[in-house]
Design a protein around this ligand. Structure first.
Ligand code: FEO
Ligand code: CA
Ligand code: CA
Length: 628
C-alpha cells in the first residue's frame, strides 16, 4: 500500500499510537554525518561482492553479464512496459470466477460476498507455482482490498450493506487455482478440483509452542488450538516438501471497538491494535473483530500459515514457532546439515529481522509438521564493523515466562535482547548458488527521528545508515562458515536506492544506482534459477521532487556478483509490483500487479472506463526462450 492518498499501514498505526519525538537531535545528526563517511568508504570499493567477503571465485566476478535484456526507461503510462523481445498477457484478475457457476466480474456492482468468495481475490501479493501430478497450481496471497474501488459504486465509496462488508472480507486471503497453457496462452482452469479460496473464515489449526496457551483462547475456541481464517497475507514462502507459506502482515487494522475511547492492553498496542480499524468494518458482521469483547482474537493472527495446495480439503496450519509480528515473507533454506532455516522480516518502521532454525532435519520419511513446530527463533543484531549475530529468543534471554509467550509477544522479546531496529524489513531472498541472503529495507521516514512502537531507538547506523530514509536499501549477509544456523554473520549493503538526479549526497544512492535504473522502496525480492536477483518496488510514484524521473513502480534485476541493476518492467499507474514466480519450464514469468489506480487514476488492465483490477500477468519471450 502506498500512502499518496490514503494513510499507509504504518501511518495509521502511528496516529492511533503516537510515538514520542526523538529529543537527542544533535546526536542523531552526528551519527548521520559519520554514516556518510562510512558509506563513501563502502561504496568507493566498487565491487559490492568484495565488500561483504564474497564467497564466489574471482573468475565468476569477472564473468560477462547475465542479463538477457536491455534496461528499459521509466514510465508513467497506465500500462505494463517490458523490454523489446518480451510480451505480456493478463492471466487472472481480481474477481475472475474460479468456478463456471459464478458470474463474471461486474464492473457496476463489483460483485457480492457470494461471488467474491468463489472468485480470485483482490490485491495479489506473494505467489508461487506448484507442479503436482500433471497439474500446474498457482497459489497467490490476496493481501487486502482498496475500499474506494471495492465500494466505488456506493455513495462516498462506503460500505452500505452488511454484504458490502462481507464482500471486502471475501476479497482477502489466498487463491489457489489451476492454470494451463493452451494455444500458447496461460489461462485459469475453471472448476479444477484443486481450485480453492482461503478466506478470513476458513478453519485453521494453531501449532507450535503457543498452541493451547491462555492468550490464544477465545469464547469461540476455548482450547486455543484452532483459528478462523487468515488476512492481510503479504509475501510468502515455500517449503521443500511442497507446501506454501502465507504470511500475515498488517493483521491489526481489522479490529475495532464500539467505544472509540476503548484502551487496549500495551501488548496489543505494540502490534498496532486499537479501537479503530482502517474502515473495513469487519466487527459489524463478525464479533471476533470487536477487540473490546474478544481481545485474544488478535493474538491468533500475525503468524506464518502453512497451506498444502495439493489437497483442497487440508486444514491450513498457523506456525506460532515462527513468531508473531507483521510478517512479510518466509524465505526457507535447507541448511547443509538438513535443518530448516526460515528468514523473516517484520515490516514496520523500526521493527526487526528474524531467523528460525528447526530442531529436526529434513530427510526422507521425517514428520515435516514437526520441523516448523520445534526450533529456535532468533533476531538479528547488526554491528557497525560489518559483523552481526543472531540473538536467540528464549525465556532465559528475554525474561518472558515461556516459549509460548515469546511466540505470541515476539516483538517485546526482541526488544529485550537489543535487536537492531530496521528500516521496515520486507522480502528476504536467499541466493540458491551461494550462502548469502538479501533483505529489502524498503524505507523509514522515522529513522533517526522517532523510536519504534516499542520505544526502541532508531539511530542512523549500520545497515540503516540514512536519517529519514525515504528511498530504502537492500542489506545482505553471509552466514559464518556458510552455515545458515551459525550465530554470526558478515553483512554489507547490496544497494542504497536514491535519486542521483536530485541529490549529490547519500540520498543519491550507491554507485550501482544511476539516472537510468533508479528506483525507490524495494519490497519484493526473489532469485531466479540463474542467480539473478529480482527486485520489485512499492514506492512513491509522484515522479516529482525526491522521486523525479522514477515514474511508476517497477521491477528490476540485479547481478549479485557485479552489483549491476537493470530495469525490466514498469507497472501501470498507482500500482505496486509484488509477487513473482515461474512456470515449471521457466519459459513464463508470472508477476503480480497490485492496487492499480489506488489514487483513482487507472483503468488497467481493461482500459476505457473500466474498474482497475489487481492481476497476475504472464511474461514470455517472443522467441520462446527461458525467462529465469
Ligand atoms: Fe505487504 Fe510489507 O508489504
Ligand atoms: Ca510488500
Ligand atoms: Ca511495501
Amino acid at each position: 500500500m502506498n500512502d499518496e492518498r490514503t494513510l499507509s499501514f504504518d501511518e495509521f498505526d502511528e496516529i492511533v499510537n503516537p510515538r514520542p519525538e526523538e529529543c537527542e537531535f544533535d546526536r542523531v545528526v552526528d551519527r548521520a554525518l559519520s554514516r556518510r563517511g562510512f558509506i563513501g568508504g563502502v561504496l568507493a570499493m566498487g565491487s559490492f561482492a568484495a565488500v561483504g567477503g564474497s564467497i564466489l571465485p574471482t573468475g565468476a566476478r569477472a564473468a560477462a553479464n547475465r542479463f538477457a535484456f536491455d534496461s528499459i526507461p521509466t514510465s508513467t503510462a497506465d500500462d505494463v512496459m517490458v523490454p523489446a523481445g518480451y510480451k505480456v498477457e493478463v492471466m487472472v484478475r481480481w474477481g475472475d470466477p474460479l468456478w463456471s457457476d459464478v458470474p463474471e466480474f461486474d464492473h457496476t456492482t463489483r460483485g457480492s460476498a457470494a461471488s467474491q468468495k468463489r472468485a480470485f481475490g483482490d490485491n495479489t501479493d506473494g505467489q508461487d507455482v506448484f507442479y503436482h501430478d500433471g497439474h500446474t497450481l498457482l497459489v497467490v496471497n490476496n493481501e487486502y482490498t482498496n475500499r474506494d474501488i471495492l465500494w466505488g459504486n456506493n455513495p462516498d465509496a462506503k460500505a452500505v450493506s452488511d454484504d458490502d462488508v462481507a464482500k471486502g472480507m471475501m476479497a482477502h486471503g489466498v487463491s489457489i487455482v489451476e492454470i494451463a497453457n493452451t494455444d500458447g496462452k496461460w489461462r485459469i482452469v475453471k472448476d479444477s478440483p484443486y481450485n480453492r479460496r482461503i478466506t478470513p473464515q476458513t478453519d485453521m489449526s494453531l501449532t507450535g509452542p503457543a498452541a493451547g496457551h491462555d492468550l490464544l483462547k477465545t469464547a469461540a475456541d476455548p482450547t486455543g488450538t484452532t483459528s478462523k481464517g487468515t488476512w492481510n497475507n503479504c509475501g510468502n514462502g515455500i517449503t521443500p516438501w511442497g507446501t506454501y507459506l502465507a504470511c500475515e502482515e498488517n493483521f491489526n487494522g481489522y479490529y475495532s471497538a464500539e467505544d472509540e475511547n476503548h484502551e487496549v492492553s500495551p501488548e496489543l498496542k505494540r502490534y498496532g491494535i486499537s479501537a479503530s480499524d482502517w474502515g473495513y468494518d469487519w466487527a459489524r458482521i463478525d464479533e471476533r473483530f470487536d477487540v473490546a469483547k474478544n481481545p485474544n482474537e488478535s493474538n491468533r493472527n500475525g503468524y506464518v500459515v502453512e497451506i498444502d495446495p495439493t489437497d483442497p480439503t487440508s486444514t491450513p496450519r498457523k506456525l506460532t514457532a515462527l513468531g508473531r509480528f507483521k510478517h512479510e515473507n518466509a524465505e526457507t533454506v535447507v541448511n547443509n546439515d538438513g535443518r530448516i532455516v526460515v528468514y523473516m522480516g517484520d515490516d514496520e518502521r523500526g521493527e526487526f529481522l528474524y531467523r528460525f532454525v528447526s530442531d529436526g532435519v529434513y530427510a526422507a520419511g521425517v514428520d515435516t509438521n514437526a520441523l516448523l513446530e520445534n526450533g529456535t527463533l532468533s533476531v538479528a543484531k547488526f554491528n557497525e564493523d560489518g559483523t552481526g549475530e543472531w540473538l536467540a529468543l528464549t525465556p532465559e534471554t528475554t525474561g518472558l515466562a515461556s516459549q509460548a509467550e515469546i511466540s505470541i509477544h515476539t516483538r517485546q522479546a526482541a526488544s529485550v535482547v537489543g535487536a537492531t531496529t530496521m528500516d521496515r524489513p520486507e522480502w528476504v531472498a536467499a541466493n540458491p548458488s551461494a550462502p548469502e541472503v538479501y533483505c529489502c529495507l524498503t524505507n523509514n521516514k522515522n529513522r533517526g527521528v522517532k523510536p519504534n512502537a516499542g520505544g526502541d531507538e532508531t539511530p542512523a547506523a549500520g545497515p540503516n545508515p540514512r536519517q529519514a530514509n525515504n528511498y530504502g536499501q537492500i542489506v545482505r549477509w553471509h552466514p559464518d562458515g556458510g552455515d545458515h544456523t551459525a550465530a554470526g554473520f558478515g553483512w554489507d549493503l547490496y544497494v542504497l536506492a536514491g535519486n542521483p538526479t536530485v541529490h549529490q549526497d547519500v540520498y543519491a544512492g550507491s554507485e550501482n544506482v544511476n539516472a537510468d535504473n533508479m528506483f525507490n522502496s524495494p519490497d519484493g525480492l526473489k532469485f531466479d534459477s540463474n542467480g539473478l536477483l529480482w527486485i520489485q518496488t512499492d514506492g512513491k510514484y509522484s515522479n516529482e521532487g525526491d522521486f523525479a524521473g522514477q515514474g511508476n513502480n517497477q521491477m528490476l534485476a540485479g547481478d549479485p556478483v557485479t552489483g549491476e541493476i537493470r530495469r525490466f518492467l514498469v507497472g501501470p499507474k498507482e500500482c505496486e509490483i509484488t509477487g513473482l514466480s515461474w512456470s515449471p519450464d521457466r519459459r513464463t514469468m508470472f508477476v503480480g500487479i497490485q492496487h492499480p489506480g489506488e489514487d483513482g487514476n487507472s483503468h488497467w488492465p481493461e482500459g476505457g472506463d473500466a474498474v482497475p483490477r489487481s492481476a497476475i500477468i504472464a511474461i514470455t519471450r517472443e522467441d520462446g526462450g527461458l525467462v529465469g
